[in-house]
Design a protein. Structure first.
Length: 141
């Protein structure tokens, strides 16, 4: 734990917690059923707090709109966004945009797929948006 963390990512000096059964045949041996890397979890929580704060600061800095809908016609850093009211926007990801997953962790944009539910924030000109914040609400699924 946290979910998705491999044992190979644990490092010497990490603070860990173990749940399991003490092995009676060997000193100081536990057959673990659960291992938590609290150091990794702390770093993950810090990343989430930084991302949430960066989004709040970005939103405070201007008057662009917040839009949510279904992503389609995905091509590199651009796509269409169709809202629940069937309004369609042509969206490009601005340089330096904050790209996040549902849990507010940084997201690799290559994991985004057509049909995902996304929330964007950026200035709207006609039906074109330059998104400075992109959040894929379908990831993690």
């Amino acid at each position: 734990m946290p979910k998705g963390v491999a044992l190979s990512s644990f490092q010497q000096g990490d603070f860990v917690g173990i749940q399991g059964t003490v092995d009676q045949s060997a000193n100081w041996t536990i057959t673990a059923s659960l291992v938590r890397d609290w150091t990794e979890r702390k770093e993950t929580n810090q990343e989430i707090r930084r991302d949430v704060q960066a989004v709040k600061e970005e939103i405070k800095s201007g008057t662009p709109r917040d839009l949510e809908g279904t992503l389609g016609d995905l091509s590199r850093q651009s796509f269409t966004l169709t809202t629940s009211g069937n309004a369609t926007y042509s969206v490009t990801i601005a340089s330096g945009a904050k790209i996040l997953q549902k849990s507010w962790l940084t997201l690799d944009f290559s994991k985004v797929q057509n049909g995902d539910t996304v929330r964007i924030w950026g200035p709207v000109s006609s039906s074109t948006v330059s998104a400075s914040i992109f959040r894929d609400l379908s990831i993690p699924k």
